[in-house]
Design a protein around this ligand. Structure first.
Ligand code: COA
Length: 252
């Protein structure tokens, strides 16, 4: 248990709320540790994760008070980087609800999600170079994949932050909704995912995360496993039987 990561068990997902509003949910070692514990659980339980922040902020970055004291060995340990990589690699989807500031490490945590939903107050980006460091927890490779090289380079080299409209236009978030509606949309998506075949969802995520050089072999290998699964047969039979029942009804 952590006092700064509030976890709620829901039917279709686990909701984890960064809950350190007095520090704008700045990600400190305690939060990193709590996120690792949550990952350890979700790697086994394999549930969708919805990430959000409390107090009208997603996260205003890594904790600068702790960052200031970190040295080369800490950088090489990749304290936030390893944590966000682990979140990125969770077997089931991760959905981030981005309200208010998502800055620095907070933005990189958001980039680690599979799906991002913003609110009108979203302000997202990486001011790290202004603090004398680089955005080393995913921005230099993930942001580029999400918004393309031109905008990612501009954001990372100038520290320019995007508002909700620009983030939506760039595809950095897939929707902009008022905070309650944004969380409700995340829950709706988690419910939707829960109705699908979890093995197929996990295979899709593995393929999505694979490097370009792994395609299409990885897709074929994943599909080969699924083609042998009783669940695939059951779901396809159910579809075909529904169609045939509909046809019978229509011809009556
Ligand atoms: N690390 C540590 N503490 C942080 C923090 C961070 N990344 N972001 C905010 N805080 C703390 C502030 O120090 C302040 O603490 P205090 O009350 O003990 O002094 C508290 O959170 C509230 O911050 P404040 O700046 O007063 O809130 P605000 O609403 O006026 O501004 C921000 C919000 C996000 C614009 C501003 O806090 C900010 O610029 N934060 C740093 C963003 C950043 O550079 N992130 C990248 C880090 S890698």
């Amino acid at each position: 248990m952590s006092e700064t990561l509030r976890i709620e068990e829901r039917d279709s997902h686990v909701l984890a709320v960064l809950d350190r509003p007095e520090k704008r949910n700045a990600i400190d070692q305690e939060l990193v540790d709590a996120l690792h514990r949550l990952c350890a659980r979700l790697e086994v339980e394999r549930r969708t994760l919805v990430l959000a922040g409390s107090g009208g902020t997603f996260a205003a970055g890594a904790d600068i008070a702790q960052l200031r004291e970190r040295r080369a060995t800490d950088a090489l340990a990749g304290i936030n980087t390893r944590c966000f990589q682990r979140i990125r690699a969770l077997p089931m989807p991760v959905i981030a609800v981005l309200d208010g500031y998502a800055l620095g490490g907070g933005a990189e945590l958001a980039y680690a999600a599979d799906i991002r939903i913003g609110t009108p107050t979203l302000t997202i980006g990486n001011p790290e170079t202004g603090l004398g460091i680089i955005a080393a927890a995913g921005a230099t490779w993930r942001l580029k994949e999400i918004v393309g090289d031109a905008l990612a380079s501009e954001m990372l080299l100038t520290g320019r932050l995007l508002g909700a409209d620009e983030a939506l236009a760039a595809g950095l978030v897939s929707a902009v909704l008022e905070p309650e509606a944004a969380l409700a949309r995340a829950v709706e998506l988690a419910d939707r995912i829960a109705a699908l075949d979890p093995a197929a969802t996990q295979a899709t995520k593995r393929s999505l995360l694979a490097p370009a050089s792994a395609h299409p072999e990885i897709d074929l290998a994943e599909q080969a496993v699924l083609f042998e699964s009783p669940e695939k047969h059951r779901r396809m039979t159910a579809f075909l039987e529904r169609r045939s029942a509909k046809r019978t009804q229509e011809t009556r």
